[in-house]
Design a protein around this ligand. Structure first.
Ligand SMILES: [Zn+2]
Length: 96
């Protein structure tokens, strides 16, 4: 709902949060959602590595803070590598 309210107000470059992530307006991006928003961390990561992310690549937040989109906090990883990393963490947290 927050997303739609903001668009109705006509804010062109607003930043909204969804699922704990920030999204920014980028209507010319083919991957933008129906409101013209894309994940900010993906844009920042693409700028950092100087190319578009491949479909099997994901952006990992090094400090685990989904809202810390500083280039130094972002790491581009393969999808399977990334899920392995997080599943290792989960098993450590559960104390097994
Ligand atoms: Zn991650």
């Amino acid at each position: 709902m927050g997303l739609i309210t903001r668009i109705c107000k006509g804010l062109r470059f607003s930043r909204v949060s969804e699922n704990g992530y920030y999204k920014v307006r980028s209507t010319d991006d083919p991957r933008s959602d129906r409101h013209g928003y894309v994940y900010e961390h993906r844009l920042v990561a693409e700028k950092k590595i100087g190319r578009k992310l491949a479909s099997n690549e994901v952006v990992h937040h090094k400090d685990r803070n989904k809202k810390n989109n500083k280039p130094s906090n972002l790491r581009v990883m393969g999808r399977s590598e990334h899920s392995k990393l997080h599943s290792r963490e989960r098993s450590r947290q559960s104390g097994k």
